[in-house]
Design a protein around this ligand. Structure first.
Ligand code: UDP
Ligand code: MG
Length: 320
């Protein structure tokens, strides 16, 4: 029977953790009773270097609840890397891994449907947000703008899917072979191939605690989401460069003509304006190239994505 691991990254989540454990335990109990998953299924919490009592809470639940296991990361490495740590560890424990945020804003009712799709042959099942009403207006608008920009840049990802998904061990083993440092799982996982499908995910509001995704973290994820999968921004710079060279040739013809016919042209204003414009374009271009060079730098160093300092609840003695 399918052994399921529900993997959940936690960063300073002491406010929601208790209720999340109760809700996930109820769900697993139901799934076990109906024979959909094995009684050896589990909930794996990944503590992403929290500075509050999250890890202590996880350990406490692990002692009282047979389903609960905990992975303690040595420091905060961010949502994407924390999920990766959880998935790569849990694939040694379970046949199927479902990732879900610790605040359980995603639709738990979608989990039985994900398992159904898996039984019907899907190795990857994406939860797709059908409504973002529970999200703040800024998050909703920025998400739509980002997904549009991303698809214009040629990145293939599932629209309105965040990291709520099911993956089989087979898919996870393949994912483990991608040695990327700048992780953007929503772009990377569709590259695996294999059979995939989607289920609707009606998201709800966070019941406690606050969003751990600061604007800075959101921007950095968005930048990774484009620059890790597309070189179009660099080509865009090239085209802009060509355009300005063309423009300056036309302007050159005009200037020569003005010299020949002796038209006096006043004007440092036009010179200054074009200087600023060209200066801006050059700075932007260097910046974009810099982002790619920076990425090469981090990829080349090949540092580990996360360091696990402790695991609790691993009573199978399976190799990690
Ligand atoms: N998270 C994490 N590391 C971080 C930031 C967030 O593991 O550095 C986790 C967080 O605990 C939560 C999930 O990522 O389980 C999504 O974060 P959150 O719910 O705050 O984001 P939002 O739903 O507001 O986008
Ligand atoms: Mg959330």
């Amino acid at each position: 029977m399918t052994r399921l691991a529900i993997v959940s990254p936690c960063y300073n989540e002491e406010a929601v953790l208790n209720s999340s454990v109760v809700r996930l335990t109820d769900l697993l109990d139901t799934l076990v009773k109906s024979g959909e998953v094995s009684a050896k299924s589990m909930i794996v919490f990944v503590n992403d270097g929290s500075s509050d009592a999250t890890w202590q809470l996880i350990c406490q639940h692990q002692r009282q609840n047979n389903y609960v296991r905990g992975i303690n990361l040595a420091r905060n490495v961010g949502h994407q890397n924390a999920i990766m740590a959880g998935m790569l560890t849990a694939r040694h424990w379970a046949d199927v891994v479902i990732t879900i945020d610790a605040d359980l804003q995603d639709d738990l009712q979608a989990i039985p449907r994900m398992l159904q799709h898996h039984r019907e042959g899907s190795d990857i099942v994406y939860g797709v947000k059908v409504s973002r009403k529970a999200d703040p207006v800024f998050k909703r608008l920025s998400a739509v703008a980002f997904y549009k920009l991303q698809s214009k840049m040629g990145v293939k990802s599932v629209f309105n899917h965040a990291d709520f998904r099911l993956m089989s061990r087979r898919a996870l083993d393949i994912l483990a072979g991608y040695g990327e440092r700048n992780l953007y799982l929503r772009g990377l996982i569709p590259m695996i191939g294999l059979e995939s499908s989607t289920v609707d995910d009606v998201i709800s509001e966070r019941t406690a605690g606050t969003s751990k995704y600061t604007l800075k973290k959101m921007l950095s994820l968005a930048l990774d989401g484009i620059t890790s999968f597309s070189v179009r921004p660099i080509y865009l710079i090239l085209y802009i460069g060509f355009f300005f060279i063309f423009l300056s040739l036309v302007a050159g013809v005009y200037v020569v003509h003005a010299l020949v016919v002796h038209t006096a042209y006043p004007g440092w204003a036009s010179i200054m304006l074009s200087l600023w414009l060209i200066g801006g374009v050059i700075l932007l271009s260097i910046g974009i190239v810099g982002v790619y060079v920076g990425k090469i730098y981090t990829e080349v160093k090949n540092r580990p994505l996360f360091n696990i300092c402790e695991i609790v609840g691993d009573d199978d003695d399976a190799a990690v």
